[in-house]
Design a protein around this ligand. Structure first.
Ligand code: ASP
Length: 315
């Protein structure tokens, strides 16, 4: 009897929990996104790979794939919603900027103005962002920084089996080395949490690196991740792009195998992980968090990581 009573309480609580989800709506969720390898990444080829979805971009239709596209599909299926994705041309995540209408730039600004229902990006959860948007439970923990650099010419082969950092003659091995030289310029994505980290930093080497980058903003701050990667590839080793580790490690494992990842040694870029972002008060935050938790528990998220990061195209 007691067991039955307990069971009915559990069922009632569960039903209330499910009822708390937003009602399935006929209106698709407006999803804002930026290119972020391999979370939201370009689709190419004819026919397009089947894991691609369409997204609007600057008045046209384009296609994207990636870890977060896979996650969005799973969330939509489980959460019973439809979505329409638009890619921001400026590639901005968002940071506090008194000159912009909502006080924030990028996707954060869109969420504040309720122009988007969900931001599909590896959003670094920071205290200042937490005050103005609502974050789901993280789908990834603790992230560090890393540098993407073009491989020195002599070893630019995808079959370079014995390549070690020394043999490739990588000109620096950590952030301290990088900060103490001027031959290789370096930069970050404008308006993201990495940019904000350097801007706010009061200690070296980051403070020094910020002075260097902000003295040549047009050479250091790129408008979107793809531009930064292209600049690394085309500037013959004279430009290094600092990003969060997962992106650098993914890019350096992809064809044409012409880049390397050099991780920062220090752990000062101490973050609370990656989450999806929604407007404050959105009824979807709780539902998506619950679904992300479920996907963590049943191993789906780990399987998705393995699929995107363990399939290196370079030896
Ligand atoms: N994940 C970062 C952000 O949330 C992007 C970056 O700064 O590179 O802004």
């Amino acid at each position: 009897m007691l067991v039955l009573g307990l069971l009915s309480v559990i069922v009632a609580v569960q039903a209330a929990w499910i009822d708390a989800s937003p009602a399935p709506s006929s209106k698709p969720l407006a999803v804002t996104a930026v290119i972020a390898p391999p979370y939201v990444w370009e689709c190419s080829g004819q026919p397009l790979p089947e894991n691609c979805i369409s997204a609007s971009f600057d008045g046209n239709t384009t296609h994207v794939k990636g870890f977060l596209v896979d996650l969005l599909k799973k969330l939509a299926e489980k959460g019973n919603f439809r979505y329409e994705v638009h890619l921001r041309k400026d590639g901005r995540y968002g940071y506090k900027d008194p000159n912009s209408a909502s006080g924030w730039t990028g996707m954060i600004g869109e969420l504040i103005k309720n122009e988007a229902d969900l931001a599909l990006a590896p959003f670094t959860v920071t205290d200042e962002r937490t005050e103005v948007v609502s974050f789901t439970t993280p789908f990834s923990e603790q992230i560090g920084l890393s540098v993407l650099l073009k491989k020195p010419i002599s070893t630019q082969s995808s079959t370079c089996v014995f390549c070690t950092k020394e043999k490739m003659m990588i000109p620096f091995s950590n952030e301290d080395d990088l900060s103490m030289q001027a031959a290789i310029k370096y930069g970050v994505l404008a308006g993201g949490s990495v940019y904000r980290f350097f801007q706010n930093s009061q200690v070296d080497p980051y403070k020094k690196m910020w002075s260097f980058m902000s003295a040549h903003p047009e050479k250091s701050f790129v408008n979107n991740t793809k531009d930064g990667i292209d600049r690394v590839r085309t500037s013959q080793g004279r430009f290094a792009f600092i990003m969060e580790k997962p992106a650098v490690h993914f890019v350096s494992s992809q064809i044409p195998c012409d880049t390397v990842a050099i991780d920062f040694d220090r752990k000062d870029y101490n973050t609370k992980g990656y989450s999806l972002a929604l407007p404050v008060g959105s009824a979807w935050t709780e539902t998506l968090s619950r679904l992300i938790d479920e996907l963590q528990t049943n191993g789906s998220i780990v399987a998705m990581y393995d699929q995107w990061w363990k399939s290196t195209e370079c030896v």
